[in-house]
Design a protein around this ligand. Sequence first.
Ligand code: SIN
Length: 309
Amino acid sequence: MSTTSTNIAGIRLEKYALNASGPDCTTLEELEKIGNSDCAAIMMKSCTLEPREGNPEPRYQRLDFGAIQAMGLPNLGYKEYIKFVSELKKYNKPVIASLSGMCMADNLQMVKEFQDTDVDIIEVNFSCPNIIGKPQLGYDFEQTDTVLGKICEINDKVIGVKLPPYFDFSHFDSVAEIMLRHNVQFVSCINSLGNTMIIDPETESPIIKPKGGYGGLSGEYVKPVGLSNVRAFYERFEGKIQIFGVGGIVTGTDAFEYLLAGADAVQIATTFEKEGADCFTRIDNELKAIMGRKGYASIDEVKGKLKAL
Ligand code: SIN
């Protein structure tokens, strides 16, 4: 029987798949549903210093092969998520805080205040494409370097960065160099493909309202980008930094492909939003079946072992 247990910086995950910071992980009730499921950890919604309503509706639309959204980080404010940590620890799985400050000072304050909690992992989100007037930090390498340097100075937790998708080898090189220099324990790649647009020819309008219709694309459409980003960072990290693969995981086969590319674990947003928390059981069973069929007993036997053509 194959096992899908894995770890991030020594923190054990009983299974390979968890939710991504995205849909249905904002309120305590939603997070408790994740706690009660086969999700490998409980990832909380990316939080800001102050609570946010997010962008105007409609801001999330399902598509045939994914979704487009410009949520705008609706969240309860980091103080609520600090309170949730102790409630969520009773589910006996790692609890992950996702922080998405509006500026460096906000990020520093939140990282500092999560230090005194039992949160297991901190993911700093440098890649939300949906905040009006705010560029994605992960596309500004100088700022990424500066902010990450300051964060790492005050952090003693397992910490990593959620990255936007990159499309050029020079960008993989630059970002990998920054991540390695600051010694982060993991990256999560990719966030949605920012500022895409879907137009309805009947209404002659975009299908989401915020930002004049620009939004992050996710789901099956983006899996090839997620796989290439995981692979590119896996090749550059040489085992020094771990990787959460994110983007278009619908089946156990998709998770297996991320495993071949080098992902230590995967995060799931769009499929979780469509199917609910049962998707974690189904995907884990499917992943175990494909590993078993191919004679692999553990995640480590497959991780990164993409074969050259
Ligand atoms: C959002 O709330 O706008 C989505 C989160 C993200 O893209 O990081």
